[in-house]
Design a protein around this ligand. Structure first.
Ligand code: PMP
Length: 419
C-alpha cells in the first residue's frame, strides 16, 4: 500500500479495494463492482473522476507544450491571480505540490517572520506527515496528558526526539484556554495552525465565535494565524471556509480540491509576511512546484468551480444527503449525529456531543461505525472505513445518486436498529 490511509491500520481490513478506475461520481473495482464514491480520493475529486475539461487541459498541456520547465510560465501567474481573486486573505501566493509541503512552508515562514519557535496545534487535527507536525492524534489518551494540558505525543515512531518540544498542543473549541496560554507564552509562539472545521476528526464544527476569538487572540500576541484549508478550500465555497465564515487568517494553505485530482498546493497570505519568500530570505524550492500539468489542471478546475451556481447546487445535494441521513438515524433512534458542512461531513455514532478530539476518542463507537460502513459498502456506497474520516460529495453527484444513497442507507439503518 502506498499510503497509511489505504492500509489495514486505517480500517481497510483485511485489505483495501483495488481500483480499476472512476468516472464522475462512480468508482469501479478490479472485480467489476461499481460504487457511488464518497471517498473521492480523500478530497481532490471535487469535480468527480475524469472531469472532461480538466482532462482536456492536461492532455493539451502534455501534447502541445510540456510538463516541467524549472522556469515560470504565464499559466502559473494566471492561476495565482485566480487564487488571489477567490480568497480575500491571499495577497501573495506560492505554489507547491502537496498539503504537507504547503504547511511546512507556512510554519517555516511564520518562524522566520516572528523569530520565535513554538507552534500551537490542536489535538486531533492533521497537517501532513512532516516531522514537525505529525503529532497529537493519538488514540491512547493515557499517554496524552491532562484534558486541558495535553502533551505532544508523536503519531507514530521515527520522529526525532525534541521536535515535539516546539509544539504546544491544545484542545480545540476552547477559547478561554487559548487566551490563558497566549497570555503566558505568547511571546515565544510563532504560529497557531488550525483547520477551520476539524475534518481530520470526523468534521467537528467550530463553536460560534471560536474562530473569531482565535483571530483576535493571535493578532493581539503577534502570533501568525495559519488556516489549513487543505480540505475546506475550494469545497466550502470558492473562498474556502474563510470566505464562508468571514475570517482573515495571516497565512493559509490549500491543496486537494484546487487541483481537481492533480498534485498541487498553495501557501499564501499577508504581503508583509510573504515578502520573506518573495525576496528569497525564506527558501521555498521544489523541482515540481507549479509544474505544467498541475497548473493546467488547477486553472481548469478553478474556472469550473467559479461558474455561477456551482457551489449552490453542490451544497443543495450535500445538504439533502446529510439531512436525509440524519432523519433516518434519528427516526430509528440510533444514538448518532451527522456533523459537517456542505459537501464534507461524517456520521458519529455517539450518545454524547462531540466538540473536540477527546470527546471523539472517548465516546464515538467504532464498532457501530464499522457495521454502518460495511452495510453501505456491500450495497455499493463507498467512503472511508475510518470513523474519524469524512464523506465527500462532488459536483458530479446527481440527485439520483443522492436518492440511491438514501435508499440504501435506509436498509442499513434498519439493520443497525435490528441488532
Ligand atoms: N492538512 C490537512 C487538513 C489535511 O487533511 C491533509 C491531508 N489529508 C494535509 C494537510 C496534508 O495534505 P497532503 O496529503 O496533500 O500532503
Amino acid at each position: 500500500m502506498n499510503s497509511t490511509a489505504r492500509s489495514t491500520w486505517s480500517g481497510w481490513d483485511p485489505y483495501p479495494l483495488f481500483v480499476q478506475g472512476g468516472s464522475g461520481s462512480r468508482l469501479t473495482d478490479v472485480d467489476g463492482n461499481t460504487y457511488i464514491d464518497y471517498l473521492l480520493g480523500l478530497g481532490p475529486m471535487i469535480l468527480g473522476h475524469r472531469p472532461p475539461e480538466v482532462t482536456r487541459a492536461v492532455v493539451s498541456m502534455i501534447e502541445d507544450r510540456g510538463t516541467v520547465f524549472a522556469l515560470p510560465t504565464e499559466d502559473e501567474s494566471r492561476l495565482v491571480a485566480k487564487l488571489i481573486a477567490a480568497v480575500p486573505s491571499l495577497e501573495q501566493v506560492r505554489l507547491c505540490n502537496t498539503g504537507t509541503e504547503a504547511v511546512l512552508y507556512a510554519t517555516r515562514l511564520a518562524r522566520a517572520f516572528t523569530g520565535r519557535s513554538k507552534i500551537i496545534r490542536f489535538e486531533g487535527m492533521y497537517h501532513g506527515f512532516s516531522d514537525g507536525l505529525y503529532w497529537s492524534k493519538h488514540p491512547d489518551l493515557d499517554e496524552a496528558g491532562p484534558d486541558r494540558a495535553p502533551v505532544a505525543v508523536a503519531q507514530g515512531p521515527g520522529l526525532p526526539r525534541g521536535v515535539g518540544d516546539n509544539l504546544i498542543i491544545l484542545p480545540w473549541n476552547d477559547a478561554g484556554l487559548l487566551a490563558e496560554v497566549l497570555e503566558r507564552e505568547g511571546h515565544d509562539i510563532a504560529a497557531l495552525i488550525t483547520e477551520p472545521v476539524m475534518c481530520n476528526t470526523g468534521c467537528i464544527l467550530p463553536e460560534p465565535g471560536y474562530l473569531e476569538a482565535v483571530r483576535e487572540l493571535t493578532a493581539r500576541h503577534g502570533v501568525v494565524f495559519i488556516l489549513d484549508e487543505v480540505i475546506t478550500g475550494f469545497r466550502l465555497g470558492l473562498g474556502g471556509a474563510q470566505g464562508l465564515f468571514g475570517l482573515k487568517p495571516d497565512l493559509s494553505v490549500f491543496a486537494k480540491g484546487m487541483g481537481g485530482g492533480f498534485p498541487i498546493a498553495a501557501m499564501g497570505g499577508r504581503r508583509d509576511i510573504m515578502a520573506l519568500v518573495a525576496d528569497g530570505t525564506v527558501s521555498m524550492a521544489g523541482t515540481y512546484a507549479a509544474n505544467g500539468i498541475a497548473v493546467a489542471a488547477a486553472n481548469a478546475t478553478l474556472d469550473i468551480l467559479a461558474r455561477q451556481g456551482t457551489f449552490e447546487s453542490l451544497f443543495e445535494r450535500s445538504d439533502r444527503l446529510r439531512e436525509g441521513l440524519e432523519r433516518l438515524l434519528s427516526d430509528a433512534r440510533i444514538p448518532s449525529s451527522v456533523v459537517g458542512l456542505g459537501p464534507v461531513f461524517q456520521v458519529w455514532f455517539s450518545e454524547h456531543p462531540i466538540r473536540n478530539y477527546r470527546d471523539a476518542a472517548r465516546h464515538a463507537s467504532h464498532t457501530v461505525f464499522r457495521r454502518w460502513w460495511e452495510g453501505m459498502m456491500e450495497r455499493g456506497i463507498l467512503f472511508h472505513p475510518g470513523a474519524f474520516e469524512n464523506l465527500f460529495v462532488s459536483c458530479a453527484h446527481s440527485d439520483d445518486d443522492i436518492d440511491q444513497t438514501l435508499a440504501i442507507a435506509r436498509e442499513v439503518v434498519a439493520e443497525l436498529k435490528g441488532t
